[in-house]
Design a protein around this ligand. Structure first.
Ligand code: SF4
Length: 334
């Protein structure tokens, strides 16, 4: 999964996607631009799992909304099987891309039975009739490891892990090509997290699914992803295959995130990146390399000039230390 992938043609492709909002500060404040996603290009071959990692507020969830057709990009294109998603109607897009969200309780209607929740996509898309729905719901519940008897229960009667299995069943009942997993395990107990991750891995292999797996936690991503993209203030600052990223992280921000994996409770909340400074305000981003106020290796050049993406053996990185045309190029680091 590189910007010039030589693998099979991508099922999902982002080309220079940017999303800017106008944000008003205070009652009489002037509206100012907030760039949540900044010129992101990614390409995901069928059957792969791209882990998208970064701290809260880095733009991961905005990107997920764009991919689900819930937000339109300000610039750039999103293509599914080579077809721009803006040209597809919401229903046909929903057949191809389905989400699994962080909190299975708030994403399931508490007043509906599990049968109603899981069969809803079949009814919305007019697939089969009532006689088929029960059979299909039974099958998909079995696939996600739930007994058929839960069909007549309600979300409040289930554990967090069971609710997330229901959310997965609902996402998969239409046999989508791509699943956007937005922090799908971060609201769950650690013991249940690994069960859900194993289930997602099994389902990918069985049904040839392609995942975009969004998380603030590199340890979770390592479990499932085949490639990883690291996001900071709306930009992809490093991208590599999983082994390459974990064995030889290049970007100082990726290195800090990897250190945070070793904190006592890596699954809880925003990781402690040990960077000593708060995440910058995206309305007022730093000059040059936007990571420079937190970077232990920053120089005056970083403050003045934004780095460009440069290729690495495993993907790409945005840092002057790896750019042969930069005065900061460090042969040893590269
Ligand atoms: Fe740090 Fe400079 Fe690299 Fe940015 S460009 S990550 S500030 S060394």
């Amino acid at each position: 999964m590189t910007r010039q992938s030589t693998q099979s043609s991508p099922v999902l492709e982002l080309r220079n996607v940017t999303k800017t909002y106008k944000v008003k500060q205070g009652l009489f404040g002037k509206a100012r631009p907030l760039t949540a996603v900044n010129d992101v290009s990614l390409s995901l071959p069928r059957g792969e799992v791209l882990g998208l990692v970064g701290e809260s507020g880095c733009g991961k969830s905005t990107l997920a909304k764009i991919l689900l057709g819930l937000e339109a990009p300000t610039h750039g294109q999103v293509l599914v099987d080579g077809e721009e998603i803006g040209a597809q109607d919401r229903l046909s897009l929903a057949r191809r891309i389905q989400p699994i969200f962080q909190d299975p309780y708030s994403s399931l209607n508490p007043r509906k039975s599990i049968f109603d929740i899981v069969s809803l996509p079949l009814r919305v898309h007019g697939v089969g009739g009532p006689q088929d729905w029960e059979k299909q719901v039974r099958e998909i519940l079995d696939i996600v490891g739930l007994p058929a008897r839960v069909m007549n229960t309600y979300p409040s009667q289930m554990s967090g892990g069971q609710r997330q299995r229901v959310a997965i069943a609902r996402a998969l009942i239409m046999k989508p090509e791509i699943v956007i997993c937005d922090e799908p395990t971060s609201a769950l107990d650690v013991s249940v997290q690994s069960q859900i991750l194993n289930l997602l891995g099994d389902l990918r292999r069985e049904f040839g699914l392609t995942y975009l797996f969004i998380s603030h936690d590199l340890a979770v991503v390592e479990h499932l992803a085949t490639r990883v993209a690291v996001m900071y203030l709306g930009r992809i600052v490093e991208e590599a295959d999983v082994a390459g990223l974990f064995d030889h992280a290049r970007h100082p921000y990726t290195q800090a995130l990897l250190k945070s994996v070793l904190t006592p409770e890596p699954g809880l909340g925003v990781p402690d990146t040990q960077l000593g400074m708060a995440y910058p305000n995206p309305i007022d981003p730093p000059s040059g390399c936007q990571f420079h106020p937190r970077c232990p290796l920053a120089t005056a050049h970083c403050k003045a000039k934004a780095p460009r993406p440069v290729p690495t053996p495993q993907g790409l990185v945005e840092c002057h230390l790896y750019d042969t045309e930069s005065p900061m190029f460090d042969n040893k680091a590269a």
